[in-house]
Design a protein around this ligand. Structure first.
Ligand code: ATP
Length: 354
């Protein structure tokens, strides 16, 4: 049995509620599958900034560096100082966001099964902004061939590993941003030639945002630069029941960090009504990644069982308000944990995070 150190970052707003809920499910998975996860808290975010004057303290960074993976709740206003920084420090170049229509969730179309493969370290999110004089502000967009190549490879490999339509859609605005998105589009098209078994098409980002609403079931893998992927994946999450259904993984060559795609939802923080599935599915993606990386069949089995338990709970309840019920975050998570431990056996199907 492999022992894993996991840095656990509860975050702000609904983050601590989602974290407690997810721990119930991970506890169940540990007992049932004999996993050995040593979860070590690494605090960061708005509250930490208030208390310690820094959003991502050095001791938290060290804890993360000494871990096999990090499971993170959303942080608030300090996101740029926490998650954007962590993505750059650990070179977590791929942001993987699977968005799947689960039975019994309020979905726009039952056949939605798409995955965003979003470049995660550059673009306008590099944060290179400055002011000229008093009235002119500038933001620089950085797009490099190296990162276009990495993300395009990741998108095609992901398409190949999925039981999906074996299709990659590259999303850009190369008709306006001819240089930066021109490079992104060229590299995606070049990469497509190495994968003749995978269909390839391109969409302008504005057209893509419309097609996501019109025919979401047509998409399989969406390959995007950083900002477009951020925006479109929030839009697409609404098609499968809202942001509370949307997990994410930040993947690098040597490390990975797992977190819901949403923010810390201050409007519902402390009300115990947040949908915990986003973070529970993020933990499932973490177990998939550990299982694939360390060839650990128990991790893969636990990941698969978590997804089955979520599906059962969506069918039988109790569920939170977003999903049409009245359960609290904790009660719904407990129901998922109970369904997990009651589950007789599992088959291993993964989300392809590696
Ligand atoms: P960010 O810019 O940091 O991503 P945001 O300001 O766009 O954050 P979110 O915090 O992501 O906003 O929340 C957007 C909306 O989605 C809010 O109304 C929030 O309550 C809702 N929401 C987010 N996460 C959940 C969840 N897990 N369960 C239920 N509702 C959620």
């Amino acid at each position: 049995m492999t022992h894993y150190k996991i840095a656990l970052m509860p975050g702000d707003g609904i983050g601590p509620e989602l974290t407690q809920a997810t721990l119930k499910v991970l506890d169940g998975a540990q007992k049932k599958f004999g996993l050995n996860l040593n979860l070590i808290t690494a605090n960061a975010g708005d509250e930490v900034l208030k208390q310690h004057g820094v959003a991502l303290p050095e001791d938290s960074l060290q804890t993360i560096k000494q871990s096999h993976a990090c499971l993170k709740g959303p942080v608030g206003e300090t996101a740029a100082d926490v998650i954007v920084k962590l993505r750059q420090i650990f070179d977590l170049y791929a942001n993987i966001r699977p968005l799947k229509a689960y039975p019994h969730a309020p979905v726009a179309n039952p056949n939605i099964d798409m995955i965003f493969v979003r470049e995660n370290t550059e673009d306008v999110y590099k944060g290179i902004e400055f002011t000229i004089g008093t009235d002119t502000t500038i933001c620089l967009r950085v797009i490099t061939r190296k990162n276009c190549e990495r993300i395009a490879q990741k998108a095609f490999q992901t398409a190949r590993l999925r039981n999906g339509k074996k299709k990659v859609t590259a999303i850009h605005k190369a008709n306006v941003m001819r240089v930066t998105d021109g490079l992104f589009k060229t590299v995606c098209a070049e990469t497509a030639k190495q994968y003749p078994d995978i269909q390839y098409n391109e969409l302008y980002v504005d057209a893509a945002s419309m097609h996501l609403i019109r025919k979401p079931e047509d998409f399989d893998v969406l390959c995007t630069c950083n900002m477009f992927g951020d925006i479109l994946s929030d839009e697409a999450a609404q098609l499968i029941g809202g942001l509370g259904m949307a997990p994410g993984a930040n993947i690098g060559e040597n490390f990975a960090l797992f977190e819901p795609i949403h923010g810390c939802a201050p409007d519902i923080a402390g009300k115990h009504i947040a949908n915990p599935i986003s973070m529970i599915l993020s933990a499932k993606m973490m177990l998939d990644w550990l299982g694939e990386r360390y060839n650990d069949t128990q991790c893969l089995a636990a990941a698969s069982a978590i997804e089955t338990a979520i599906i059962k709970t969506l069918a039988n309840g109790p569920v939170v308000a977003d999903l049409g019920g009245k359960a609290t975050t904790e009660n719904m998570a407990q129901a998922i944990a109970d369904a997990l431990t009651a589950e007789p056996n599992t088959k291993t199907t993964t989300t392809t995070t590696t």
